[in-house]
Design a binder for this molecule. Sequence first.
Ligand code: TYD
Ligand code: MG
Length: 446
Amino acid sequence: MKKLYRCRRCGYGSLQWLGRCPNCGEWDSLELVDQGATEPARPRTKPQPLAAIEPREGGRWPTGIAEFDRILGGGVISGSLVLIGGEPGVGKSTLLLQVAASLAQAHPPFIYVSGEESPAQVKLRAARLGLGASEALLIFSEQRLELIAQEVRELRPQGLIIDSIQTISPSAEKAGEPGTTRQVGLATFELSQLARELEIPIFLIGHITKSGEFAGPKAIEHLVDVVLYLEGGAESAVRLLRVVKNRYGSTEELGVFQMGEHGLEEVTNPSRLFTARAAVAKPGSVVFPAMEGTRPILVEIQALVASGRYAAAYPQRRAIGLDYNRMALLLAVIEKRLGMHIGGEDVYLNTAGGFTIRETAADLGMVAAVVSSFRNRPIDYGTVIVGEVSLAGEVRPVKRLRERLSEAEKLGYRRAVVPAGERPSGLTLELLPAEDLEGAMEVLLS
Ligand code: TYD
Ligand code: MG
């Protein structure tokens, strides 16, 4: 048998000893490992013809939390591994405790493993969430995967939560400290086998870490079936749940929550959240009907154009929640096609409520916000604006215009500036077709 050396830090394998790990650069970290475990095993199954395989999808269990279920494509699949990543403090433990309690009601019992908190601490959180009395949810404070797996095999729960993967030490590593890339990878792999073996869903919480010492959720995305990220700033109560990977559904969906007194509450009408505007129309504010996957959400785009004469040698440019490069490009188009001299002005663009816009369909809205602020003229309150803008200053069509406008109509908007030639049916709101930037600005600011 050949000798194998493994890096203690990152798990890199080499057939010869090296003074420095070529993968992570750590010095003197390669050590000889016992190869016994890697002997080829006899396969449990044989290759079989595709035609002969019985189609079988594991059960899909709804959690009862609608925003979470939509993200998962209807519910969690038994036997699957779901990773929920996010910065510390964003609300991962809160969300998963709510999910676990809800699933445990329908499929008892569930085990919530906390490697970070004592049962009493978890209880405190559960009480705050109004889940204190659940019999079906078992709390287990443990970090050693060997012991966790043992309990799981004995108690046979219907599902498992691991909070967090960075605190768990895999069975094979007796002495290593948890949290390194190698440890987190091994633990995740072991848990994925457990999920398949027992056909139960396992949820992993993963902290996004700033230092390279600890492995973030990125390091294990390839080992799991579903990857979700919970996002949200400290200054806002809004939390967005995004799908990055889903073996059993769409990756386009977005869930919207609000952190409240009783944990994460679903936001069923996010458009209101992202367009909470002043009572009177202000210059620089426009409403753009965004699409997140199959879901339309109205978002306010704000612009502030201010003379930068006294500030710095270079005008300031900032885009929060919008693409910086797209803004730079659109400012050049405004300068050239509308003949407005904004090259020397400071320009700030922002979205309300911490929403991130990733669509070129927001181009016309961004331009309108900038022009409105520059001219100090408000845009009519009941108008939404949508369209992509080309370098030549033409307004181009966007996808799913009907859904966008239908959402605006539902919320009481009366007019929509849209790319010329688009006539979605079944709408009562007034369409203002725009062929190019000039035409659009004439309609909006005349
Ligand atoms: P937590 O779920 O502990 O975050 P994570 O597991 O991602 O690190 O939640 C963190 C914050 O949420 C904490 O600052 C307190 C707040 N919180 C509420 O506002 N309401 C609640 O009901 C709960 C349980 C937490
Ligand atoms: Mg936590």
